[in-house]
Design a protein around this ligand. Structure first.
Ligand code: NAP
Length: 394
């Protein structure tokens, strides 16, 4: 007689472009990992929710209420990338979901896998985790088209109330970085660093120019570290002045770098950077740059985490030119799946999944994006998933 099977219902959304292909590949790999880890005693029960173009064709809405309700009820979603048009059109569904569920921490681990081609001579030292604030900054999308009534009104108010003359033909946007949101993302990053015994946190900002937004982000992050983590953190300045340049054992080093400098630093000295704490826009930029160091963004997975929910997705977008071609790399989606398994407490399955990915890469089984660097014939998205499933079973 078969024993009781523990079933975990997980909501998934395929997304747009290459989304359906990478999500399908990742789901197959996750199922195989769970089967292997728990010998059939645990199982994922997948429930599809519709967002993006699939929702548009079914419900006439890219983010239907019924999907939002189900996602809010479940408090968790595994998703593919969704399209957001440039310059006009509808607002980002991702941003909507992150705001609706208050998923304020976008956590993106960036670690080199042995065998993955990299532009660096020594990619082994790349082991960073990007903590990107997810609900603040320019992503709040408060903006006015240059010839709109809103822009005209704002120009008038700013001129009358603040004495500032704005260009008459400029599109306008408001950048806001709030103290409360900076404090909570900083706490999330420091808690993570302490729990995972990470070495340092680098605050990424352009505070020399945007003093009261990005400069304030830096200031509030340092303030939070000093106020809530006494004895657990140490600043770079303190290390130099009081500890002869050596970080005291067991403390997390807090430092900051100006954004443009940090973008070169992670290429030239990747080993010197561990956790990167960034406002929304900087966090987006540095993620793709960091992705390039470990292959490309196609290999990165991420969590959008809040206090009562989480969303798991690859870092990459819809890569529209590859949609439907079975060539996209599903490693980012698989990595998101591994993070999700850890989140639900099924870390054994997550480890099995990732070991199998490593095994496939070592055997030089890779998709097109990585194949040319290894001078091997590429596998399709689906065939790469087969190779990982075989490695799990083997
Ligand atoms: P993208 O879709 O991530 O693609 C940029 C490039 O990265 C691709 O052309 C490809 O490079 C490479 N790439 C991305 N994913 C890959 C994969 N799985 N396997 C292999 N290579 C991969 O970024 P984008 O072109 O800037 O954005 C396209 C759309 O996606 C936009 O509508 C954007 O808003 C949306 N987007 C959504 C999310 C999300 O839902 N989380 C995130 C980012 C962007 P090569 O051309 O060099 O092969």
């Amino acid at each position: 007689m078969q024993g009781r099977i523990l079933t975990k219902r997980i909501l998934f959304a395929e997304g747009d472009g290459v989304g359906p292909e990478v999500v399908d590949a990742a789901r197959r790999v996750i199922d195989a990992g769970v089967e292997k880890a728990y010998r059939g005693k645990r199982r994922v029960e997948w429930e599809e929710v519709y967002i993006g173009s699939k929702a548009m064709s079914r419900f006439g809405n890219r983010i239907p209420d019924i999907s939002v309700r189900r996602i809010k009820e479940a408090g968790m979603l595994f998703k593919g990338p969704v399209e957001t048009p440039v310059g006009s059109g509808f607002r980002s569904i991702n941003v909507f979901l992150r705001e609706a569920l208050d998923l304020y921490a976008n956590i993106r681990p960036v670690k080199h896998l042995d065998g993955v081609p990299s532009p660096l001579a020594d990619p082994k030292s790349v082991d960073m985790v990007i903590f990107r604030e997810n609900t603040d900054d320019l992503y709040t999308g408060i903006e006015w088209q240059y010839k709109s009534a809103g822009a005209a009104k704002l120009r008038k108010i700013v001129h009358k109330e603040l004495g500032v003359e704005l260009e008459g033909d400029a599109g306008l946007g408001i950048k806001q970085i709030s103290k409360a949101k900076t404090v909570r993302i900083t706490k999330a990053a420091i808690d993570y660093a302490i729990m995972n015994k990470r070495k340092s946190i680098t605050i990424m900002h352009k505070g020399n120019i945007m003093k009261y937004t990005e400069g304030a982000f830096r200031e509030w992050a340092y303030e939070t570290a000093a106020k809530f983590y006494k004895g657990k953190v140490v600043t770079e300045e303190e290390v130099l002045k009081r500890h002869n340049g050596v970080t005291p054992k067991g403390r997390v080093l807090i430092k900051d770098r100006i954004a443009d400098n940090l973008l070169q630093q992670i290429i030239l000295k990747p080993g010197a950077y561990d956790i990167i704490l960034a406002p929304n826009v900087n966090g987006d930029y540095i993620s793709d740059a960091a992705g390039a160091l470990v292959g490309n963004i196609g290999v990165l997975g991420s969590i959008d985490a809040g206090d009562s929910g989480a969303m798991f997705e690859p870092v990459h977008g819809t890569a529209p030119k590859y949609a439907g071609m079975n060539v996209a790399n599903p490693m980012g989606a698989i990595s998101a799946g591994k993070l999700m398994l850890e989140y639900i407490g099924w870390g054994d399955a997550g480890r099995i999944v990732w070991k199998a990915v490593e095994k496939a890469i070592k055997a030089r089984k890779v998709t097109r994006d990585l194949a040319s660097g290894l001078h091997v014939m590429p596998l399709g998205t689906s065939e790469f998933a087969d190779a990982v499933v075989d490695a799990i079973k083997g």
